[in-house]
Design a protein around this ligand. Sequence first.
Ligand code: FAD
Length: 385
Amino acid sequence: MLSELHEELRRSVRDFVAKEVLPVADVLDREEKDIPDEIIKKMAELGYFGLVFPAEVGGVGLDYLALVLVSEELSRGWLSVGSVLTRNLITGILIQSHGTEEQKRRYLPGIASGEILTAAAFTEPDAGSDTAGMRARARRDGDRYLITGAKTWCTFANRAHLLTVLARTDPDPAKRHKGLSLFLIEKEPSDDFDPPRIAGEPIPTVGYHGMHCFTLGFQDCPVPAENVIGGVENRGFYQLMAAYESARIQTASRAVGVAQGALDLALKYAKERHQFGQPIGNFQVIRHKLADMATEVQAARQLTYYAAAMKDTGRRCDVEAGMAKLFAADMVERVASEALQIHGGYGYSKEYSIQRYWRDARLFRIFEGTSEIQREVIGKRLVEG
Ligand SMILES: Cc1cc2nc3c(=O)[nH]c(=O)nc-3n(C[C@H](O)[C@H](O)[C@H](O)COP(=O)(O)OP(=O)(O)OC[C@H]3O[C@@H](n4cnc5c(N)ncnc54)[C@H](O)[C@@H]3O)c2cc1C
């Protein structure tokens, strides 16, 4: 079902991953080191940040199918590398769909080329799934806003040039989702951030080690008034919900990539590992595990391709994107766990790559909307239409 262009793109990403990502992924993961700048620079040169952005703004002008193919292959090597694209996708889509002309001119070319790296500061310590319950406050002060409040789980915030921050412009908490706005905050990439304007502390995590996550504290952080996305207050929640469509499709493809990577390792190990005088892949129980895993990966891939193809038609596809993300998130946890099981005791050793996939796989049911919330969104649309 893929065009020659898509096939060629996929081949070239596979080459990139084999040469640049796989040789370093395990070591960097073990040492909890950030993805090297050189990898990000090469991804930028290859156009990965601009896949779905039009040529007029410096993008590559391809489609969502291209984006999911690239994201899958990158994540098949290392989830963190497949995830470098996610935040630029979210911020880029937000600006492309809702931004002012000046915001598009100022930020989109850099986001599409990868010169501007972005991070998303939506989640708060007391408001995760309940986006409408966010409390960080943006107070108008002449021709600027002053943002004060706490955010958490801001992935890649240290290395970002631009933070996309959700904050409350209407102080009445009863307004909930009707009182939130999105702000673009420029900053220098730095592990020290810029306290007290912006303070940041890393959060130690089980996996996802190439992308560090941070708690952020904003203290009267000034933002020019023209940096409210779209130039109007209190539209942030709606703008964000629309961008989640794109993000969930890309996240589903990351899950498919991690699952395929785990399956690759399990298959290789099943052929190499001998017990009872023969490769363990000869045992029917192992073959059946592999068959189930491969079938599940393919099912998730097809749901993801379908959501991407639907997105490419320009039609609303929040349910399709949600289904792909939900199924892929549950699937990757099962597949990675079975892949580790096939490795026996060695699977539990840090010397083998499979434990990296297993740790990374666990994340998918949590971020970009938990699986519980995903079911709520899909169920609500089914029942209420
Ligand atoms: C590694 C990592 C990276 C992340 N990166 C980012 C990022 O870059 N930017 C950002 O803003 N956020 C990020 N997040 C945050 C992520 O989006 C949130 O963790 C997620 O939305 C869940 O919020 P929470 O952790 O506060 O859990 P909670 O909302 O407190 O949920 C706790 C549990 O209750 C369930 N639950 C909550 N409400 C309901 C309900 N109505 N019905 C049924 N069940 C419910 C949840 O599904 C979950 O199982 C990241 C998280 C992680 C772990």
